[in-house]
Structure formats: structure tokens, C-alpha cells
Design a protein around this ligand. Structure first.
Ligand SMILES: Nc1ncnc2c1ncn2[C@@H]1O[C@H](COP(=O)(O)OP(=O)(O)O)[C@@H](O)[C@H]1O
Ligand SMILES: [Mg+2]
Length: 145
């Protein structure tokens, strides 16, 4: 199945318990081999920082933002971004990921300009997203997409 999926350019969700090889598989199925492969672990980065890490920021967006900075989505442009442990992503950021999935658009934190990014999204989770949807902790529209 992994071999087949690797031929397609669709977004992919890999579910499974910790240690079952999700991150390894994500790398394996990335078909854009000569393109960037950028990883971000949504459970390891504090909520406040995650948006800046993902989407970048404009100078002055927050204290310490002394210059414009690219996020990992922009760095991954043309390639793949791995959203590791997407079940731990806060709801407001899930909305921004949905915007990226549906329209291939995003904004840097504190910036008004809408930018384009062509990224294949591979997401992993050790959580039961269906349960999280029921509990209102994961967007149903993002789960379907
Ligand atoms: N099929 C496999 N063959 C060999 N090693 C594997 C395999 N699947 C996973 N591993 C190893 O097991 C460990 C956990 O894999 P990882 O991809 O990090 O799991 P997960 O992301 O699901 O927690 C890693 O050291 C990985 O290299
Ligand atoms: Mg992992």
C-alpha cells in the first residue's frame, strides 16, 4: 500500500501507536524526492511557537521578531511537509492548515499578505482522530480532507 500511495501526490494521514513506524513510513512515501522534505512535530513545540514555526512571521509580529522569517510551509514549497502528531495541533491552527489544504494559501504571523504554497501534506497521529472529532478537539472538515 505504501508503494502505491508513494506514486500519488495526495495528502496522507498515517494513524498508529507510538513506535509503529509512522514517521519512517512518512519519509518513505514522499514521492517528491528531489524536493524539500520538512518535518514539524506538533506535540513537541509550544502552542504559541507552533504557528510561527509553521507559517513564519513578519517583523514586529511579536517581541523578538526583529526580521521577517520563513516558516516550514514556505521552506517545504514544492515538496512535502510532515505534520507529525497532528492530533496535538490546537484548533485555531487546524483552521489554518485547512485553509492551506483547500486553497494552498497561508499568511505569515502578523502579516496581511496572503501567500501561496504548493506542499504535499503527510500527517501522522497516535490519537484516534474520530474520537477527537466527537469531543470537539479536532476539526471534522480537516479529518475528511
Ligand atoms: N518496519 C520497520 N523496520 C525497521 N525499523 C523500524 C520499522 N518501523 C519503525 N522502525 C524503527 O522504530 C522506531 C520507531 O519508528 P517511528 O517511525 O519513529 O515510529 P512512530 O513515528 O510511529 O512513533 C524508529 O527507530 C524506526 O527506525
Ligand atoms: Mg513519530
Amino acid at each position: 500500500m505504501a508503494k502505491t500511495i508513494a506514486e500519488y501526490d495526495t495528502n496522507v494521514l498515517i494513524e498508529g501507536e507510538t513506535g509503529t513506524g509512522k514517521s519512517l513510513l512518512a519519509k518513505y512515501i514522499s514521492p517528491r524526492r528531489d524536493k524539500p522534505f520538512v518535518k514539524i512535530n506538533c506535540s513537541a513545540i509550544p502552542e504559541g511557537l507552533l504557528e510561527a514555526e509553521l507559517f513564519g512571521y513578519a517583523k514586529g509580529a511579536f517581541t523578538g521578531a526583529v526580521k521577517d522569517e520563513l516558516g516550514r510551509v514556505e521552506i517545504a514549497d514544492g515538496g512535502t511537509i510532515l505534520l507529525d502528531e497532528i492530533g496535538d495541533m490546537p484548533l485555531p491552527l487546524q483552521a489554518k492548515i485547512l485553509h492551506l489544504v483547500q486553497d494552498k494559501e497561508f499568511e505569515r504571523l502578523g502579516d496581511t499578505k496572503t501567500r501561496k504554497a504548493n506542499v504535499r501534506i503527510i500527517a501522522t497521529t497516535n490519537k484516534n482522530l474520530k474520537e477527537l472529532v466527537k469531543k470537539g478537539q479536532f476539526r471534522e472538515d480537516l479529518y475528511i480532507d
